[in-house]
Design a protein around this ligand. Structure first.
Ligand code: ATP
Ligand code: MG
Length: 301
């Protein structure tokens, strides 16, 4: 099993994932990304041999008061792959995503039972340090949520909170994160202007930069493109393709084409159950369950 803390402190992890050379010198560092979508481009989808689970879920039940939103969910989410959660509205996709980094702590009626592990962390345990968990598990929401701060300060927020790093290192980390999020070229001359002056698609990429700046291992994305236009959506999809080489990504999406394009594995949720989970191509082209077939072919949902 992968061990979150065995990878060293978050600072060392951040430094480990940051390139030692100046990435501005890389030939493609500033190449504009296409807007035609990730389909057919990017690295080949990878097979799953020898993968460690980044997230292990077993017999997981989730409730809001008396209402049971998830029933005995069992799922292993492999590291450094993209896993898509699909299913009709209200089937529990966001509930599961929000439990993975304990976002549901703020919902008074929410409770859960069963096994939910992120690396060595027992997510549901009372003794789990939620700040540590969230440093390892970043989340990006449907609606971009930049802080009312400058572009720079949005990205620097997490590193300032979690790490002792000097100004030069922070500059470097902010630049690295913005480059990783494919936003640097568009903002490098306005880093100290308000993030609210960015377009929706830029704000979403800023939120991704902010999430990766603390060196998480896992990135959760809850319908990250549903508020974006097609060009911005394509850029975020390109980004997901690139980021999956370093991060474990879980994306909730209502867009079947998007799930098919960006994910390696897909889990289909229906009425609080996982009906089917497997390699994305198989779930879409040879689903084992009739309900899955009906959903992916647009018969309901
Ligand atoms: N804070 C809450 N309090 C009470 N019930 C909730 C709460 N959040 C979600 N639920 C209920 O739990 C069920 C699962 O909701 P969830 O948000 O996980 O669905 P979803 O699959 O993400 O749907 P969508 O695709 O519409 O975002 C729904 O019936 C929903 O009404
Ligand atoms: Mg949802």
């Amino acid at each position: 099993m992968s061990t979150i803390e065995s990878a060293g402190s978050p600072v060392s992890r951040v430094r480990k994932i940051m390139p030692s050379r100046n990435i501005a010198d890389e030939p493609n560092a500033h190449a504009p990304m296409g807007v035609e979508g990730a389909a057919g481009r990017g690295p080949e989808k990878m097979n799953d041999e020898g993968l460690q689970p980044a997230i292990e879920i077993e017999n997981f039940d989730a409730f809001y008061g008396d209402y049971q939103a998830l029933h005995r969910v069992t799922l292993r989410i492999p590291e450094r792959r993209v896993t898509a959660f699909i299913g009709p509205s209200g089937c529990g996709k966001s509930t599961l995503l929000r439990w993975i980094n304990r976002m549901n702590d703020v919902v008074a009626t929410a409770r859960a039972e069963g096994k939910l592990r992120v690396g060595d962390i027992d997510v549901l345990s009372r003794s789990t340090n939620v700040v540590d968990l969230r440093r390892n598990v970043g989340i990006v929401f449907q609606k971009p949520t930049p802080f009312p701060k400058s572009i720079y300060d949005n990205v620097a927020y997490g590193p300032r909170l979690h790490f002792k790093i000097n100004a030069a290192e922070l500059d470097n980390l902010v630049e690295w994160s913005l480059k990783k999020a494919a936003l640097w070229d568009e903002v490098k001359n306005r880093l100290h202007q308000s993030a609210h002056g960015l377009s929706g698609g830029q704000q979403q990429r800023l939120c991704i930069a902010r999430a990766i700046a603390v060196g998480p291992k896992i990135l959760l994305m809850d319908e990250p493109c549903s508020a974006l236009d097609p060009a911005s959506t394509a850029r975020v999809e390109d980004l997901i393709f690139e980021l999956r080489e370093q991060f474990t990504i879980v994306i909730v999406t209502h867009n079947m084409h998007q799930a098919a394009r960006v994910s390696d594995r897909t889990a289909f949720f229906y009425q609080g159950h996982i009906v089917e989970e497997g390699v994305t191509d198989q779930v879409f082209t040879k689903p084992k369950q009739k309900q899955t077939e009906d959903y992916v072919t647009g018969k309901f949902g």
